[in-house]
Design a protein around this ligand. Structure first.
Ligand code: AP5
Length: 224
């Protein structure tokens, strides 16, 4: 009997839409591996690899890193064995070129995008969301000063860590550049996936558990 192809879920949305928050929840709910190109790039910057050195200034300016660099990092990660469980792509693809390269990469192993979900939000609210964001320095669990606090103040719910960090590109002026890049380069992918018949839209302005439930209905209906 042939095995069903692993699910490939794409989360589209501007900075602060909740892609990372919901991708981590899809990992808990469905075992789908969260694959964030932003996290992979930040790890490359921290390690000082050639890709990281090339990406650092671009990310700090809020612009998009070149397709060549992002695709090289993405392909390496997609080749790791845990990806066979299925993935949620968080922050990828972000350009038409990346979307077409993903289609080709998946087609080479008989796969295709299972669902692309557009998390729909108001730009104005995104600056508040991003300004309050911080993550556990130990396990990376995400929090927000107002919207998602740990049960015990200063202690990570997931791992008990007590150190938290904030991102270098979460300044108001950089967030404006990131929003502009989203509208110019990434928002057109909503039509790209609609034309392929795999697009769902979710109102992502509500509480995190409501969005989690909406995504669970979508992913539960299509994931192997
Ligand atoms: P990346 O790391 O992908 O950042 P982003 O797309 O700007 O998205 P964010 O991580 O800021 O937001 P999110 O949607 O994940 O929201 P989150 O869940 O954290 O990219 C960073 C940079 O890397 C880019 O600018 C670019 O330079 C480069 N890059 C990355 N991928 C690339 C690619 N493919 N091509 C080229 N360049 C690339 O939520 C935000 C906050 O809000 C959190 O505190 C959370 O707790 C809170 N929150 C979440 N949901 C809700 C809710 N419903 N209500 C209230 N608060 C909420």
């Amino acid at each position: 009997m042939t095995q069903p192809a692993p699910a490939v879920i794409i989360l589209l949305g501007p900075p602060g839409a909740g892609k990372g928050t919901q991708a981590r929840m899809l990992e808990e709910d469905f075992g789908l591996i969260q694959l964030s190109t932003g996290d992979l790039l930040r790890a490359a910057v921290a390690r000082g690899t050639p890709a990281g050195l090339a990406a650092k200034a671009v990310m700090e300016a809020g612009a998009l890193v070149s397709d060549d660099i992002v695709l090289a990092i993405l392909k390496d990660r997609m080749a790791e064995p845990d990806v066979a469980r299925g993935v949620t792509l968080d922050g990828f693809p972000r350009t038409r070129g990346q979307a077409e390269a993903l289609d080709a990469l998946l087609a080479a192993s008989g796969q295709r995008v299972t669902a692309a979900v557009s998390l729909e939000v108001d730009d104005a609210a995104m600056v508040d969301r991003i300004a309050g964001r911080h993550t556990c320095a130990t396990c990376g669990e995400g929090y927000h000063d107002s919207f998602k606090q740990p049960a015990v103040a200063g202690v990570c719910d997931k791992c008990g860590g007590t150190a938290f960090k904030r991102r270098a590109d979460d300044k108001a002026e950089t967030v404006a550049a990131r929003l502009a890049a989203y509208h110019a380069e990434t928002a057109p992918l909503i039509a790209y996936y609609a034309a392929k018949g795999v697009l769902d839209r979710v109102d992502a302005m509500g509480p995190i558990p409501d969005i989690r439930a909406a995504l669970a209905r979508i992913v539960g209906g299509v994931a192997a």
